[in-house]
Design a binder for this molecule. Structure first.
Ligand code: NDP
Length: 442
């Protein structure tokens, strides 16, 4: 805490890992001597830079850009870029720290990093977005490279932004390499990358249900968010015969008792990706659905009061608070799997654990996105494109492997059998710690 004052989110993420790995340190005292945890909690490099750009009115704007290069024990730094006014050093350090473990869990050669800016892309014109991306890359390009650091998208950075960032990098470096992932399918992108996090989340949840002798078929599901992760989670849930009934954005959420089907999802994708509107507009077309406005004065979120079997928070960090977890428990929820990064607060996780609700942390169940990014890097280096089916099959296998590795760890360390959190932390930690030990004190 003394070392990282006011970095609440980062401290929360580190504490969560520390509280999980006591048993490992007992078994491997050498990690303690080698100060692996202390080294893991200190970014290898943290870059903060000024981003100047000119808006459509001709005014000069100043934002702050970051890249946190957290750990490269397993491969080049890898992790998304977030453009959101809430971005600060603490949030990016927490995300980069989580990313190290998540990437380790995929079994691919990926280190961990994260970056972004406090730039708010909302209500900006396309030209402004392009100018901002070019200005951002005019500094970032010197710190990244396909063997060094390979950023991707995150909140506020979708395929449009990746395109502008990639174009700027190519111009500045005069090279066409896989320096960013999430590229367009015709210029180096991998099939299934847009779908990967949402699909992977649902594949993971299906494995969790199977290990409990059940399946997702016929299950009513709460999904929060209406962005990339939420949209494809809903798509896969529909494909597997589940019934998603909610989606949200920061203004509010919709509840459709009849379930969101493929046609309705297509409309949501149009609202969010094409007309860049608000989730509220859903009720203009589907009038039976109910819209509830966000009320930030409440200490709970009504979306989590929805009666359902499974919950998939896919919007942002700390969106499930202790009261929400109690509401989920009261309504008999069976499973909560995190599409977003750290959406469930620590005391809310305690409620889920005590209630023996199947719970998977984002670092395990939302790793599908970075896994397919890893596959995009491989395709770029090989100069090939795999087919959609090939990549989907690999994604499915990776999610199953992460799930099974967690289950093995649960058995080996005699952990709570409903809880994948400690298992994911232990498994990820061991992978990175072993590599750091082998590579010496550098
Ligand atoms: P998007 O920007 O596509 O969507 C984010 C969604 O969350 C939007 O609906 C947004 O609503 C909502 N949201 C954002 N901030 C808040 C807030 N403070 N309160 C309420 N709602 C909010 O992002 P992604 O779908 O890509 O990412 C969602 C989460 O998943 C993030 O935690 C991200 O780190 C994580 N993640 C993403 C991966 C990916 O591949 N994209 C991979 C792994 C994790 P609004 O439009 O109103 O802002």
């Amino acid at each position: 805490e003394k070392r990282n004052p006011n970095e609440t989110e980062f401290l929360q993420a580190v504490e969560e890992v520390i509280s999980s790995i006591g048993k490992v340190l007992k078994k491997h005292p050498e990690y303690h001597q080698l100060k692996i945890l202390e080294r893991l909690a200190e970014p290898e490099r943290l870059i903060s830079f000024r981003v100047n750009w000119v808006d459509d009115e001709g005014n000069v704007q100043v934002n702050r850009g970051y890249r946190v290069q957290m750990n490269s024990a397993l491969g080049p730094y890898k992790g998304g870029l977030r453009f959101h006014p809430s971005v600060n050093q603490s949030i990016l350090k927490f995300l980069a720290f989580e990313q190290v473990f998540k990437n380790a869990l995929t079994g691919l050669p990926l280190g961990g990093g994260k970056g972004g800016s406090d730039f708010n892309p909302k209500e900006k014109s396309d030209q402004e977005i392009m100018r901002f991306c070019q200005a951002f890359m005019s500094e970032l390009y010197r710190h990244i490279g396909h063997f060094t650091d390979v950023p991707a998208g995150d909140i506020g950075v979708g395929s449009r932004e990746i395109g502008y960032l990639f174009g700027a990098y190519k111009k500045l470096q005069n090279e066409f390499t896989g320096v960013l992932t999430g590229k367009g399918p015709k210029w180096g992108g991998s099939p299934i990358r847009p779908e990967a996090t949402g699909y992977g989340l649902v594949y993971f949840a299906e494995n969790m249900m199977a290990s409990n002798g059940e399946s997702l078929e016929g299950k009513t599901c709460i999904v929060s968010g209406a962005g990339n992760v939420a949209q494809y989670a809903v798509e896969k849930l529909i494909q597997l015969g589940a019934k998603p009934v909610t989606m949200s954005d920061s203004s509010g959420f919709i509840y459709d008792e009849e379930g969101i089907d493929e046609e309705k999802l297509e409309h949501i994708m149009y609202i969010k990706n094409v007309s860049r509107g608000r989730i509220k507009e859903y009720t203009e077309k589907y009038s039976k659905a109910k819209y509830t406005e966000t009320d930030s004065s409440k200490d709970f979120k009504p979306i989590w009061e929805t009666k359902a079997d499974c919950a998939f928070p896919c919007a942002t960090q700390n969106e499930v608070k202790v009261k929400d977890a109690k509401n989920l428990k009261k309504n008999g929820i069976k499973l909560l799997a995190e599409g977003a990064n750290m959406p469930t607060m620590a005391d809310a996780i305690d409620v889920l654990q005590e209630a023996k609700i199947l719970y998977a942390p984002g670092k395990a169940c939302n790793a599908g996105g970075v896994a397919v990014s890893g596959l995009e890097m491989t395709q770029n280096r090989m100069g090939v494109y795999w087919t959609k089916d090939e990549v989907d099959e690999k994604l499915k296998n990776i999610m199953k492997r992460i799930h099974d590795d967690c289950r093995k760890t649960i058995e080996e360390y005699e952990l709570n059998s409903h809880d994948y959190l400690e298992a994911a932390n232990i498994f990820g930690f061991l992978k990175v710690a072993d590599a750091m030990k082998a590579q010496g004190i550098v």
